[in-house]
Structures are given as C-alpha cells and as structure tokens.
Ligand binder design. Structure first.
Ligand SMILES: NC(=O)c1ccc[n+]([C@@H]2O[C@H](COP(=O)([O-])OP(=O)(O)OC[C@H]3O[C@@H](n4cnc5c(N)ncnc54)[C@H](O)[C@@H]3O)[C@@H](O)[C@H]2O)c1
Ligand SMILES: O[C@H]1[C@H](O)[C@@H](O)[C@H](O)[C@@H](O)[C@H]1O
Length: 357
C-alpha cells in the first residue's frame, strides 16, 4: 500500500477544475499529476496553476498512464461509459461524476463490468459522484430517519433550484438526467429503498427558459415501500442555488437546506428602509463545498486502503434507471414504472431490491 494516490482528472470544465483545485490544495494523501480535456488550451491553463501537473487532450491516454493510480471523471455523462470501462480495464479506482451514464442500458453494462472486476480483485473500483450523501445536513437527516425515533418515513419534499443553466442546449431532458438525478439518489439514500415509479409533470414554463424547455418540472417518485417523494426542479430560477429537503415521518418532520441564521443580517434597502435577509449561494460549488471535500477525501482514503466505499456503480445504475423512466414520463405525462434488473443476478425482473454486500 502506498501513502499517496497519484490522480488524473478527465474533463476540466466547471467541475473538473473544482476537483483539481481540491486535489491539489486540500486532499490528504492525494497528488494531482495530470489533467486531460479535448479542449487542450483549457487543460493546459488549468495544469499551469499547479506545480508538476501535465496536461493532454486524450482521456484514454491519461487513464492508461503508468504514473496515474486513480482517476476522477468530470467529463460529460455521454462519454462516461467508455472512460469508466477504460479505468476498469486498467484496474484503477475511478470517481465518476453523476450521472453514471445517460441511459440505464449503458449503466447496467458498467455494473456488469464492475462485477467482473470485483470477482477478480475482490473490490469494486467505481464510485459515483452523488456528493449529497457526504453533505453534513443530508447525512444527519439520514441518521435521524434511520434512528427510528420519528417512526417510519412517509414522505420527502425536495426543492432543487439553479439560478440559470450552464449552456443554452440544456434541454428539458437534462433537467431529468442531470439535475433530478440528485433527488433520485437522495430518495434512495434516505428511504433505503428503490424508486419503483416516477411521474414527471410540466407546469407552464418560466419565460427565462429557452423556447421549448419545460422548466420548472415537478416529479413524483413512488418508493418500494409505498412512500412518496415530491420534487420541484427549477433550473432558471434567476436567484441562486436552493436545495432543500423536508422529510415527514410518523412522529415528526425534519427540514434541511434552510439558510442558517448566520446568513441573515439587517441591511439598508435602496429606499432607506431597514430590511432583513441574507444571500443565496450562487451555485453548487458553494452550497456543497464541504460535501465535495468529504466525498473526494473519502474516495482517496478508501482507494489507498484498497477498498471502495460511497455511492456504488449500482447506485449510479439505479438512479439512471429511474431517470430513464422519467424521460418517458416527461414525454407522455404518465406515471412510468421503473425497470430495474435483479441486483443479485443482474437479470430482468427484479424480485429483490438489495444490492449484495
Ligand atoms: N456533483 C455535482 O454537483 C456536479 C456539478 C456540476 C457538474 N457535475 C457533473 O460533472 C460533469 C461535468 O460537468 P461540468 O458542469 O463540469 O461540464 P462542463 O461543460 O463545464 O465541462 C465538461 C468538460 O469536459 C470536456 N470534455 C468533453 N468531451 C470530453 C471527453 N471525451 N473526454 C474528456 N473531457 C471531455 C469539455 O471540453 C469540458 O471542458 C457532468 O457529468 C456533470 O453532470 C456534477
Ligand atoms: O450538473 C449540475 C449539478 O449536478 C448540480 O448539482 C445541479 O444542481 C445542476 O442542476 C446540474 O446541472
């Protein structure tokens, strides 16, 4: 066992640059050695911010490099399958940003490939970037619900708002596959059950969305035990990043994601009157800064121990299976049943919903 993990980052847009900073400046036991992006100018500019980090344009070359022990994938979801498979072939731990892939068939292929590796190495190599599981508020909420003092969990109500979309081609489908996928994972994480059905509804869209884009969207999940989850996802809210979750149980409710009292202060309004209020975080990098730090540190620590913890390739697949059903529902407005394979045999028609440990 070594005490330093040499890491390459693939894809250096918003999230890749953020992870590179994290690895280089504040992750114990990690050394950022290489970054790769087809936009080689961007990759070179990022590498130049750190000592001894090289850049290149070829993701597969980085993954195969001898001096790279492990990889963070922050490339678009459409190329994750090929890149995760390359990491598995090279026997290297990979932290793959969400979504694992864009459809359930390709995610299932990754579950199968990782099972083969697990059969040989005795450990999984894939962790999926569902960072909310590492957020102190979400993990505390999970502990409260799992602790049982509130009784059975009945409902979750989620709100997920972005001020604006990262690019103009962020279509209605991306809201399901790229944004709502966080709530899908949160529902599975907090209930400890699979989502069995999803219905996506389309209110009248905001005028701030691109023409034809359904935003906001409201989705309802049905959980395996009969619980319901309501979700508002609104990616052109104009205001800032708001992520809230309220859990309703038999003997009480818990809310997380409310601005802390410290954020609020009395200020002077333009008309001279007193007002109170605080700021809403601009985006996920602020709201989930601690969660990303804990996620990456936990991934590095477990890779150095030769273990795999955190959201698994199955979690990535299960979430993609729900978002795939959500895409059908978005098109039809109907409630759609989630088609999940059996977690033990990976054959169709699941009879059990527990992943083997
Ligand atoms: N966990 C989170 O909260 C969170 C937040 C933002 C983004 N993400 C995820 O991170 C990933 C990247 O998102 P982003 O917002 O940084 O996107 P982005 O568009 O800012 O950056 C993507 C980068 O990938 C590069 N790229 C394109 N094709 C590539 C390829 N084949 N190989 C390597 N790089 C390639 C692009 O040139 C670009 O630099 C996505 O999967 C996204 O869903 C997760
Ligand atoms: O890729 C991003 C990211 O996952 C954010 O956490 C989410 O709030 C955005 O909606 C999504 O576009």
């Amino acid at each position: 066992m070594t005490d330093v993990l040499r890491i390459g980052v693939v894809g250096v847009g918003i999230m890749g640059a953020d992870h590179a900073e994290r690895l280089a400046r504040r992750t114990a036991g990690a050394r950022l050695v290489a970054v790769a992006d087809p936009d080689e100018v961007r990759a070179k500019e990022l590498a130049g911010r750190f000592d001894g980090v090289r850049s290149g344009g070829d993701a597969l070359e980085l993954i195969a490099a001898e001096d790279v022990d492990a990889v963070i994938l922050a490339s678009p979801g459409s190329v994750h399958e090929e890149q995760v498979l390359a990491c598995l072939a090279a026997g290297k731990p990979v932290l793959c940003e969400k979504p694992l892939t864009m459809d359930s068939e390709s995610s299932l292929r990754l579950v199968q490939a990782d099972r083969e590796v697990r059969g040989r190495l005795g450990r999984s190599l894939v962790q999926v970037g569902f960072m909310r599981r590492f957020d102190p508020e979400y993990s505390q909420l999970r502990s409260v619900l799992a602790g049982g003092t509130l009784g059975r969990t009945l409902l979750l109500h989620n709100v997920h708002r972005n001020a604006s979309v990262p690019h103009a081609d962020f279509r209605s489908e991306m809201i399901v596959r790229d944004s709502l996928v966080h709530e899908i994972d949160v529902a599975r994480f907090l209930f400890g059950e699979e989502v069995v059905a999803i219905q996506v509804m389309s209110p009248a869209p905001t005028t701030h969305a691109s023409p034809g884009v359904v935003d906001p969207q409201v989705a309802i999940f049905t959980m395996a035990g009969g619980g319901l989850v309501t979700n508002e996802v609104f990616v052109n809210s104009q205001v800032g990043y708001e992520v809230r979750c309220e859990a309703v149980a038999e003997r009480g409710s818990v809310v997380i994601g409310r601005p802390s009292a410290g954020l609020y202060s009395a200020t002077l309004a333009a008309d001279g009157s007193g007002q109170w209020g605080g700021t809403v975080p601009a985006d996920y990098r602020t709201r989930f800064a601690t969660a990303y730090d804990l996620e990456v540190q936990s991934w590095v620590d477990s890779a150095l121990r030769g273990e795999s913890v955190g959201p698994s390739v199955w979690d990535g697949y299960a979430a993609t299976a729900v978002s795939s059903a959500g895409m059908t529902s978005l098109a039809t407005g109907e409630r759609v049943t989630v088609d999940l394979v059996d977690p033990l045999t990976l054959s169709p028609n699941a009879s059990s919903t527990k992943e083997p440990s």
